[in-house]
Design a protein around this ligand. Structure first.
Ligand SMILES: [Fe+2]
Ligand SMILES: [Fe+2]
Length: 267
C-alpha cells in the first residue's frame, strides 16, 4: 500500500459501522485508522478520519447516513488522524455537536470551532442517545491527555481510542484474523510508539487500569487503530503488558530516513 486508503464501510454489530482506512508507515507496515458510526436514535460518529481521504470519507459517510441526521461527533482526542475531516463533517451536519473534554475544547480552539457546537463529557460521565446509554471511559493507554474512549452499554462495545492499536502488514476485516504472534508484535510496537511512558508506569497502577477495562465485560473492542475485535479483551490486555517492559527506541534519524525513502522510491 503506497498511500492512505479508505475501504468500504461495513457493519460491525447492531447499528454500529466501521469506516476503515489504512495509513502506510514506511519500514513498519500499515496502521489502521478507523472511524465509526453508531446509528442510535441520536446518531453518533466516532472520530472523523484522515484529511488526505476527505472526499472518500465524506462520500462513505453519506452512504451510511444523511449527514444532516447526525447528532453527535465523539472525538476520542484531537490528534490529526482523528479530526482530519471535522470541519467538513460539522458543515455537512448542522445539528451535530462535538463531544470532547475541556482540554480537547481548548485544543480544538486552534481550529476556531464555535463553542456552541461543543459538549463536554468527562471520564465516568454518561449520556443518553435516546435508545442507549454511553459512558466516557479513560483507556489504559493513550497519547493525548484529553483522550476519552466510550462504552456503548446496549452493544457492550468499548471504543478504545488509540489503545489496543497495532501495526499490521496486510489489511484484515477483524482482529481475530491476525495471527497471534503478529498481533502481539504489532500491538507492542504501536503501543511503544503511541505511549512511550508505559515503561515508567507503576505495575499495580497499570493493572488497575486494565482491570477497569476487564470489568466492562465488553463484547467488542473497537480501537481507532485495530480492526474490530470480538471476544478478545483478555488477549489484547495480555499483549499490552509486554509494551511496559520494552524500552522505546527513537525513530529513524535523517540518514536512516533518507535510506528508507531511497529504497521506497526504487521499489
Ligand atoms: Fe493519538
Ligand atoms: Fe490515533
Amino acid at each position: 500500500m503506497q498511500s492512505p486508503t479508505l475501504f468500504e464501510a461495513r457493519r460491525v454489530t447492531t447499528e454500529t459501522y466501521i469506516l476503515p482506512a489504512y495509513l502506510p508507515v514506511p519500514s513498519a507496515g500499515i496502521l489502521p485508522v478507523n472511524a465509526f458510526l453508531v446509528k442510535a436514535t441520536q446518531p453518533l460518529l466516532v472520530d472523523t478520519g484522515l484529511a488526505s481521504l476527505k472526499a472518500d470519507f465524506m462520500n462513505t459517510l453519506s452512504q451510511l447516513i444523511h449527514p444532516e441526521d447526525l447528532r453527535w461527533i465523539w472525538l476520542t482526542h484531537v490528534d490529526p488522524d482523528h479530526v482530519g475531516n471535522l470541519v467538513d463533517v460539522l458543515n455537512a451536519a448542522p445539528h451535530a455537536h462535538v463531544i470532547t473534554t475541556f482540554l480537547g475544547m481548548g485544543k480544538l480552539g486552534l481550529l476556531q470551532l464555535p463553542l456552541d457546537r461543543i459538549y463536554l463529557l468527562n471520564p465516568g460521565q454518561s449520556m443518553n442517545l435516546g435508545d442507549r446509554i454511553i459512558t466516557a471511559i479513560k483507556p489504559p493507554c493513550f497519547d493525548a491527555p484529553e483522550t476519552t474512549g466510550l462504552f456503548d452499554h446496549s452493544t457492550q462495545t468499548f471504543f478504545s481510542a488509540d489503545c489496543f492499536g497495532a501495526l499490521m502488514q496486510t489489511p484484515t476485516e477483524t482482529a481475530m484474523e491476525i495471527a497471534p504472534h503478529a498481533l502481539r508484535e504489532g500491538l507492542v510496537n504501536w503501543s511503544m510508539v503511541d505511549a512511550p511512558w508505559l515503561s515508567m508506569v507503576d505495575h499495580q497502577v497499570f493493572n488497575q487500569a486494565l482491570s477497569a477495562v476487564q470489568q466492562l465485560d465488553a463484547e467488542w473492542i473497537l480501537s481507532s487503530h485495530l480492526p474490530p475485535a470480538a471476544g478478545m479483551v483478555q488477549a489484547l490486555i495480555a499483549n499490552l503488558q509486554p509494551a511496559r517492559h520494552t524500552t522505546p527506541t527513537p525513530g529513524p534519524d535523517q540518514q536512516a530516513f533518507e535510506q528508507m525513502m531511497g529504497k521506497l522510491m526504487t521499489a
